[in-house]
Design a protein. Structure first.
Length: 164
């Protein structure tokens, strides 16, 4: 059974200006979109990088989001699944001009109880510009992830699913 879902919201632009948006989405009735307010990439990329519709940023910090806000794990898919069931996915990050310091990544599940998600941020990339990372999700579900450098933050929501 198919149902049309109307997604409405507000986009906050770089300078605090808001613009109302709405888009019709065709989806299965019991899909993750019905239970998780996923963030759609805004297409804003870091200076010097080739433009991509997967980029998501706020003018200070950027990353790349998964299509349709869905991160799927399983055989033949990106990411890794630990022996303990923790789901790890790589995320690139960029720190903009004047943003210096260590990237911290944290997360919380929005649709149920779970230990927090967290980031692994390897050394060797310096305290500015590009930073590789992995985000570790202890369970499937709807996750709000925040990357921060000092008091500058970028927050987004993605749905994590293990396809068995």
């Amino acid at each position: 059974m198919k149902t049309s879902v109307l997604v409405a919201g507000t986009i906050i632009l770089l300078f605090g200006e808001t613009v109302p948006v709405s888009a019709g989405l065709e989806t299965d009735a019991a899909s993750y979109l019905d239970i998780c307010p996923v963030t759609r990439a805004n297409g804003l990329g870091p200076p010097g990088e080739k433009r991509s519709p997967k980029h998501h940023g706020n003018g200070k910090i950027w990353t790349v989001l998964w299509p349709d806000g869905l991160i799927e794990f399983g055989e033949g898919r990106p990411g890794s699944i630990g022996d303990d069931g923790v789901l790890a996915m790589k995320f690139p990050w960029w720190r903009g001009e004047g943003v210096r310091g260590r990237l911290r990544i944290s997360g919380r599940r929005l649709d149920g109880e779970a230990p927090p998600a967290f980031g692994e941020v390897p050394d060797g990339y310096g305290d500015s510009g590009f930073q590789a990372s992995s985000v570790l999700f202890p369970t499937e579900g709807c996750w709000e992830i925040t990357g921060s450098v000092g008091d500058i933050e970028l927050t987004f929501v993605q749905y994590v699913r293990w396809v068995r």
